[in-house]
Design a protein around this ligand. Structure first.
Ligand code: MTE
Ligand code: LUZ
Ligand code: MOS
Length: 759
């Protein structure tokens, strides 16, 4: 079944923030942001800007009626810089003008006097100076100290990972409109309407019931709008509060890249111990997370890094430590995988390191250590594992040995073109690790023409959640999907929502919708009993628009039944609540059962490297993936393909560069390279995992939004294999992304060394 938005998308008729018709009198906002990464703010001079044409008001910290604070987890993020600036791009003042051009022109005329303070951009340096966002986090299973003593082989090393720009097609933005009696309606491009509502309430001091947040859809979020849509909504809201006029701000691409946080970069130290059969018996890892200037979501991101630090493997003795390090960069934040991919990259590096030293294929160590049913993750939960089944089924379908053999033959015949292949098993936990966030609500109405309207807490951002929710209602009521409309996400209809994140939106909100629909359906069946002369509601079913009695079609149709229910004053609406059962986690013991389930899969990634130029192509990604019973295979394939390409981009070409002054050098699409259609793998082939197990998500499905990104990690290691096939003298550092420049330097490492030595 097609995505319910496909027609309006193709026609360009779908509505995003920038398409909302503006009300007369709307003002345009533009931020003046800090030109330095760290300093004491002595004064801001807005005089020249105030005199610019069209300027209505300029707002700074001192003008706020509410709190100058937007930090959700820790109160460490002022909306406007007050006494200090903490990163380049930190908002300092907001210009409101009659036109967008006037607002931007005036913002450029603001100046500030800032006394420079020490700038730190590197997480290890921040750690050395004890600039931590939160106290360190630890996971411990077994006893690594003893296990290293009994290990046959021990290897230690370092892995580094850069961040990633979200590059949602629709930039951040908001539009706020005053409503009567001091209230406000907020249109926001956010994954978290409730987070926006809370934040607006905080900076305006308006109670939450005066604030209506409405979201039609996003042109992508990828985690970047889980928390970081708040600031722009808060800025517009303050503007509306102080001028009593609607205020709009849609960021330009370069503003967005400069002012918003990205995927957290990490630096890590690992130590891995194996027994003589290559079983990993000990793993010690320390993560230095680059959090940026404030907490934002970095603490839970770091937690998920620890949750996934052993990927799809069972290691009986694990000590994992995470430091969230405060630097003078824009606050980093959620990004598809939420720290999980970073944890996985480090253990994959450790395994490849061991394999190289032991002269065995990495896949042998990977396979021998896959987690099995009943094995314990380092956080106490016992696995219900599909790691081995997905590995075996991928091997049966795609034949690893044959692929490896073909690549070996190719490499022996070609001097300047080398191929490489890597296996990438994944295991990703599904549920917000903060248990209370795993709840959702749905509001369902049947109207007297028989059509159905659904509202939930889920935000559509291209991932197809509205299609899946419409499918739930259409399945329960047995109506064509056209009879169901999923409406905007709105805090007046659905309150206290979790953000659409953690790949859990379709499940949580789908379940709530299922409960609401079933409740109404039961009422309708009871209405039908006397009308079709049945004994009781159990004898009734509704299929394809007709009432069935004991499996036999009657003449009573959906429309008549609905109207009969209405005439009998039976409630045709329901607001239902759903909360995931059986999950818990306690940080005081660092153990529990945080995930409803895990998503598994095994991919094989093949690349070709041009050893004269250092450029490469990803030839194929083939995998056995644990879709569960996919609710919508075409939507899920879209998620798989998009996730893989995004993962490959992160691992290979997307390179965020901040200079030592904390200035973003990769600040536009000319200097930040993301995968285009030419860098998409020629072949992406997936087989669904076959298993007899029941899947716990809605309609026996499994979450699909984030896990496929992690297959992209395989591209890094496949390129590494190809590079080693050309330059056998060199073992490249574990330092992602593997950009063409780095590939070239590693292909010619000896030449590079000689050049450095001045030869
Ligand atoms: N797909 C598209 N097209 N656009 C997006 O912004 N975000 C991803 C994923 N897939 C995203 C996407 C992220 S980070 C998450 S957490 C999930 O979608 C969220 O949606 P779900 O819970 O409905 O899977
Ligand atoms: N967001 C969050 C997430 O707040 N908690 C999570 O556990 C999570 N996991 C994945 C993506 N976003
Ligand atoms: Mo996704 S990182 O959970 O928004």
């Amino acid at each position: 079944m097609k995505n319910v938005d496909s027609k309006s998308h193709v026609r360009g008729e779908s509505i995003y923030l920038d398409d909302i018709a503006l009300i007369e009198g709307t003002l345009y906002a533009c931020v003046y942001d800090s030109p330095v990464a760290h300093g004491k703010l002595n004064s801001i001079d807005t005089k020249e800007a105030e005199n610019c044409a069209g300027v209505v008001k300029i707002i700074t910290a001192k003008d706020l009626i509410g709190e100058n604070q937007i930090g959700g987890i820790l109160p460490d993020e002022p909306l406007f810089a007050d006494d200090e600036v903490h990163f380049q791009g930190m908002p300092m003042a907001l210009v409101l003008a009659e036109t967008e051009e006037q607002a931007r022109y005036a913002a450029k005329r603001i100046t500030a006097e800032i006394a420079p303070l020490e700038i730190i951009t590197n997480p290890r340096e921040a750690f050395a100076k004890n600039h931590l966002i939160v106290p360190p986090k630890h996971f411990k299973l077994g006893n690594t100290e003893n296990a290293f003593k009994t290990s046959e082989y021990v290897f230690a090393g370092r892995a580094d990972l850069n961040g990633q720009e979200h590059l949602y097609i629709e930039t951040q933005g908001a539009y706020t409109v005053p409503t009567e009696q001091g209230g406000m309606k907020v249109y926001s491009s956010t994954q978290g309407p409730t987070a926006v509502q809370r934040c607006v309430s905080r900076v305006t001091a308006l109670p939450m019931h005066q604030i209506e947040v409405d979201v039609t859809r996003l042109g992508g979020g990828f985690g970047g709008k889980e928390d970081q849509a708040n600031a722009w909504a808060a800025l517009c809201a303050v503007g509306t509060q102080l001028t009593k006029r609607p205020v709009k701000y849609a960021l330009h691409r370069m503003e967005d890249m400069r002012m918003t946080g990205k995927r957290n970069p990490y630096s890590a130290n690992y130590k891995i111990g194996l027994d003589k059969n290559f079983k990993i018996i000990a793993y010690e890892v320390v993560f230095y997370q680059n959090a940026g200037a404030s907490a934002d979501l970095s603490p839970p991101v770091l937690e998920r890094t620890l949750f996934h630090c052993t990927n799809a493997y069972f290691v009986p003795n694990v000590t994992a430590t995470g430091y969230s390090c405060r630097t003078n960069l824009p606050p980093n934040t959620a990004f598809r995988g939420f720290g999980g991919p970073q944890g996985m990259f480090v253990i994959e590096s450790a395994i490849v390191h061991a394999a190289e030293k032991l002269h065995v294929p990495a896949s042998e160590i990977q396979r021998k250590n896959l987690i099995n049913d009943g094995d314990e993750f380092p956080y106490g939960q016992k696995a219900m594992s599909e790691a081995v089944t997905s590995w075996t089924q991928a091997d049966e379908k795609f034949d690893f040995a044959r692929i490896q053999k073909e690549i070996g033959e190719f490499n022996s015949k070609n001097k300047f073109i080398k191929k490489g292949v890597a296996l990438m098993p994944i295991c990703f936990g599904i549920s917000f690790t903060k248990t209370p966030m795993n709840q959702a609500r749905s509001l369902v109405h049947i109207y007297t023409d028989g059509s159905v309207a659904v509202s939930t807490g889920a935000v559509e951002m291209g991932q197809g959640v509205n299609t899946k929710i419409a499918q739930v209602a259409s399945t329960i009521f047995s109506l064509p999907i056209e009879r169901v409309k999923v409406h905007t996400t709105n805090t007046l209809r659905i309150a206290n929502t979790a953000p659409t994140a953690a790949s859990a939106a379709a499940d949580l909100n789908g379940h709530a919708t299922q409960i609401a629909c079933k409740t109404i359906l039961q009422r309708l069946k009871e209405v039908a009993v006397p009308l079709v002369e049945a004994q009781n509601a159990e004898d009734i079913s509704i299929e394809n628009g007709f009432v069935f009695r004991n499996g036999e079609r009657t003449d009573l149709d959906w429309l008549v039944l609905v109207n009969e229910a209405f005439m009998q004053r039976v409630n045709l609406s329901e607001h239902a609540h759903y909360a995931t059962t059986g999950i818990n986690f306690d940080w005081s013991t660092a153990s529990g059962h945080p995930f409803a389930y895990h998503v598994y899969g095994t991919s094989i990634v093949g690349v070709t490297v041009d050893c004269l130029r250092g450029i490469y192509t990803v030839d194929f990604v083939k995998a056995c993936h644990d879709f569960g019973n996919s609710m919508n295979i075409s939507v899920d394939y879209g998620q798989i393909e998009g996730g893989i390409v995004q993962g490959i981009g992160w691992m290979t070409m997307e390179e965020i560069v901040y200079d030592e002054s904390g200035r973003l050098r990769s600040n536009a699409l000319s200097s930040y390279k993301i995968p285009d259609i030419y860098s998409v793998p020629k072949t992406i082939e997936f087989v669904p995992l076959k298993t007899k197990r029941e899947n716990p998500a809605i309609f026996n499905s499994k979450a699909v939004g984030e896990p496929p990104l992690m297959y992209g990690i395989g591209a890094y290691f496949a390129i590494r294999e190809a590079v080693k096939a050309f330059n056998t003298e060199n073992l490249p550092a574990f330092d992602a992304p593997f950009t063409p420049e780095k590939v070239l330097m590693n292909l010619y490492s000896e030449t590079v060394k000689e050049m450095k030595a001045g030869k």
